[in-house]
Design a protein around this ligand. Structure first.
Ligand code: F0G
Length: 475
């Protein structure tokens, strides 16, 4: 077995060498998903843990090393994933990894959103600030580097758009060929254009994401194609590194709460693994409560938590937050464990709540794609239910850049996003919030007097409303 790591089935506990895994990344005995474990992981081996050979990495030394690497000129050190390579020794030669200098994303203070949600201090970890505009880059550098090491020529994924954009970019960097399966007509243009730009073979299937993944899972068993969906446990090793960045950016303090969007449920699983491993290694003393937010129209995990028989029933997913339009999430077991183990919650939010939260995050000068905005919408509900208290420090994980789905934003500001039936249910306060946030473009004659008059009018209205006039500087 590989000396650096093994794969352990998260359902039956069976362990195999990394290169012995089936092409669909499922356990042959129970069909469960694997996780990567290391000699220092909990449960690797009772006798061995005591031996010097598998001594836990030294927390103080690692913190120092990770910080120091930020000033290095080596690509592998400049990556916000491989900077933490002691915690993901998944490749033999780390200098040959495929990196676009992913990670090292900002942690923004969100004072206006904090006020709206009813907490004192709110932070946003903006994973949309990655090279291809989403958190998927952190996972892709990890799993695609493994694909290269194992000698694959072709890689593939099913995607709602961000995984495919990331995979196409990293495959292009590595000189691999790649195939993307996406649901026809149900992905944002920004994402579709990326996979074409980076040279992927893009296949639009007349089905949804769940149908795409099902088909691809069959194909990889017949062709030597490396599957890069988040069922591939190496993806999650890269996606756990924002957990390290968050505590590093908070000077090794741990937030009380982390709020993550839920689609196929790989990301919440990965972040949970990151925090739990750090605690096991003594880098932190406790973990944040991790809560997962789903769109109401794509809420199988939310339903599972509410089902007294605890049966996972796939749903026919429908939401404008197309990134999380997933009805049969592959990693639901892993994610539900993370929620339970950390003491978090699973919440759902409506289309109206998502639209409002997205506009609010945009108005704070940060912006994100619709699927990321479920975090703020969900936080409001968690606070209202008393599950998050005012003084708790909360981090929202913003998973995608606002430019991923500009059509959504334009439709919202023009008042064309929500249907009349959806808007009919709005409260007076919501109507007022939308009215203050909506900024449809003015179309004017190119005439000085006309423009001046229009501007005067707008400035007078804005000054009278007194909103956002002296907002202060945001970090
Ligand atoms: N946010 C964004 C922007 C996403 O693209 C995704 C998933 C999620 C949240 C949910 O993360 O699946 O790990 O629970 N996008 C995948 C894709 C499915 O194909 O790009 P998850």
């Amino acid at each position: 077995m590989s000396a650096t790591h093994q794969l352990r089935c998260t359902t039956c506990g069976a362990r195999i060498a990394g290169d012995a895994v089936r092409s669909d990344f499922r356990c042959p005995d129970c069909n469960g998903l694997y996780e990567v474990i290391y000699p220092w992981s909990q449960g690797w081996s009772a006798e061995k843990t005591a031996s010097a050979e598998v001594r836990l990495p030294n927390p103080g030394g690692m913190r120092h090393l990770w910080q120091e690497r930020k000033t290095s000129t080596m690509p592998v050190d400049q990556s916000g994933v491989w900077r933490f390579r002691e915690l993901l020794p998944i490749v033999r030669d780390v200098e040959r990894v495929v990196t676009l200098r992913e990670g090292n994303t900002p942690l923004y203070e969100m004072p206006r959103s904090a006020e709206l949600a009813g907490v004192d201090w709110l932070l946003a970890k903006h994973q949309g600030m990655n090279p291809t505009g989403s958190f998927k880059d952190t996972g892709m550098t990890a799993a695609l580097s493994v694909a290269v090491e194992r000698g694959f020529q072709w890689v593939a994924c099913a995607s709602t758009g961000n995984t495919s954009a990331a995979m196409a970019a990293y495959a292009a960097r590595a000189g691999l060929r790649c195939i993307v399966f996406i649901p026809e007509g149900k992905i944002a243009w920004g994402k579709l254009s990326q996979s074409m730009d980076y040279g992927a073979l893009t296949v639009q299937l007349k089905t949804d994401f769940d149908g795409c993944l099902k088909l691809l899972t069959k194909l990889v068993q017949q062709f030597p194609i490396y599957l890069l969906n988040s069922v591939n446990p190496y993806r999650l090793e890269g996606q756990k590194t924002p957990a390290m960045e968050i505590v590093e950016q908070m000077e090794w303090q741990v937030p009380e709460h982390l709020v993550v969007p839920g689609g196929n449920l790989g990301n919440s699983s990965a972040l949970g693994k990151g925090f739990l491993e750090m605690k096991h290694l003594g880098l932190i003393q406790r973990v944040p409560k991790i809560s997962v937010i789903q769109a109401q129209g794509a809420n199988p995990l939310y339903r599972w938590f509410g089902d007294e028989n605890r049966e996972m029933k796939p749903v026919k997913a429908e939401t404008r937050a197309t990134a999380i339009r997933i009805g049969n999430p592959a990693s639901w077991r892993k994610a539900s464990r993370v929620i339970e183990e950390t003491g978090g919650w699973c919440e759902q939010v409506t289309e109206q709540e998502i639209a409002l939260a997205k506009a609010e995050i945009g108005a704070e000068g940060v912006g994100c794609e619709p699927a990321s905005a479920v975090t703020l919408a969900g936080l409001k509900k968690l606070v209202a239910a008393g599950r998050v208290t005012r003084e708790e420090r909360v981090v929202l994980v913003l998973t995608g850049h606002t430019l991923k789905d500009p059509q959504y934003t334009i439709d919202y500001h023009k008042g064309e996003l929500l249907t009349a039936a959806e808007m009919a249910g709005e409260t007076e306060a919501e109507r007022e919030s939308h009215a203050a946030l909506r900024k449809p473009p003015l179309v004017l004659e190119a005439d000085e007097a006309v423009v001046l008059r229009a501007l005067e009018e707008r400035m007078a209205t804005a000054n009278a409303a007194g909103t956002q006039e002296t907002p202060g500087t945001l970090k």
